[in-house]
Write a protein that binds this ligand. Structure first.
Ligand SMILES: NC(=O)c1ccc[n+]([C@@H]2O[C@H](COP(=O)([O-])OP(=O)(O)OC[C@H]3O[C@@H](n4cnc5c(N)ncnc54)[C@H](OP(=O)(O)O)[C@@H]3O)[C@@H](O)[C@H]2O)c1
Length: 315
């Protein structure tokens, strides 16, 4: 696996990472399977898929526990990323960016992850009720305390990045980026990462599965998060099928899968980009890892860049 450097940090990670959310949360709950997920984590390490992403809110908490189990005996071979700041309560998600919450959250994550240090600790969302400087300052203190090696942000603006970076270097930004969600290309965040030597970690790089062509019905499992998303209504999916068709054309030309095209497109957006596709299946993991070797031609990229905007907002 080709490697990329995680921002200005010392970590060289596989160019394609692994998002672990779906192993315990959000998608096809009826197909979650701990033993297959543990196999995915083991195989990821062997393939060089070494950036492993989780969060305390996935489950909540159970995803970190699963990742901790899966990485037992392998911890020193991966770059382990988790997040704080989103809290699941009463069936909803709220933000808690208070410094005291950050300090409690890291200790709980370390326990669940069975480690004494998190390589990349990310603020899942900014809490509008707490100055970002306070939350970020508390996260910076965790670096000084040796509990965390680097800190990053998720779904932030350029102004928030500037504010945070003046306090402590931003190692990474994690935001949605894919063939059907190009906001970071347009709002300056990807360019900010390039200019400030920060990694950019596209989340949902496969469009929550849609861009692979494997999601064809809006009849989701009860509890599947996509049933609440505007892009996954039956009408929106029918309209957005043209996007998948365009991805398929490039995939056939390259003799690869649509998922690999979707990931290769994110990798082509800059050397600082490290996508973290999510899967709970070894065969998808292997396919996604191999996307690091796919080189899209200028013609492929032009065709993919011409894909129209999707029907439906992303949330
Ligand atoms: N910071 C944030 O706010 C935020 C938000 C969302 C996600 N994330 C992170 O980003 C990671 C990835 O995003 P995501 O999981 O939302 O979406 P994604 O990576 O775009 O898509 C995941 C979906 O695609 C399917 N899939 C994966 N590889 C495939 C392949 N090769 N062929 C066909 N289908 C495939 C998965 O199926 P199976 O589940 O059946 O394997 C799953 O349903 C998450 O795991 C999480 O770590 C962060």
């Amino acid at each position: 696996m080709l490697t990329r450097r995680l921002g200005s940090s010392d970590f060289a990670v596989g160019a394609v990472g692994l998002g672990c959310m779906g192993m315990s949360w959000a998608y096809t709950p009826s197909e979650q399977n701990a033993s297959e997920s543990l196999a995915v984590l083991a195989r990821a390490v062997d393939l060089g898929v070494t950036l492993i992403d989780t969060a305390d809110m996935y489950g909540p908490f159970t995803n970190e526990e699963l990742v901790g189990r899966g990485l037992a005996g392998r911890r020193d071979r991966v770059t382990l990323a988790t997040k704080c700041g989103n809290v699941v309560a009463d069936g909803g998600i709220t933000q808690d960016g208070r410094p005291e919450h950050v300090r409690e959250a890291i200790d709980a994550s370390l326990r669940r992850l069975r480690t004494d240090v998190v390589d990349l600790y990310q603020l899942h969302r900014v809490d509008a009720a707490v100055p970002l400087a306070d939350t970020w300052g508390a996260m910076a203190e965790l670096v000084a305390a040796g509990k965390v090696r680097a800190i990053g942000l998720s779904e932030v603006s350029v102004a928030q990045l500037d504010l945070a970076h003046a306090i402590h270097p931003v190692a990474s930004v994690q935001s949605e980026l894919s063939l059907w969600t190009r906001d970071p290309l347009e709002n300056g965040v990807l360019a900010w990462c390039e200019a400030h030597d920060a990694a950019f970690l596209p989340f949902s790089p496969l469009g929550r599965g849609f861009l692979t062509g494997a999601v064809t019905s809006a009849a989701f499992d009860p509890g599947d998060f996509r049933s609440r998303l505007p892009r996954f209504t039956a009408d929106a999916m029918a309209a957005n099928a043209t996007i998948v068709d365009a991805v398929r054309v490039v995939a056939e030309r390259q003799d690869v899968t649509p998922a690999q095209v979707a990931l290769a497109w994110t990798l082509a957006q800059g050397d600082q980009v490290i996508p973290i596709p999510g899967t709970k299946r070894v065969r998808y993991l292997e396919q996604n890892a191999a996307a690091a070797d796919v080189t899209l031609t200028p013609g492929d990229l032009a065709d993919l860049d011409a894909i129209p905007s999707p029907v439906g907002t992303r949330y």
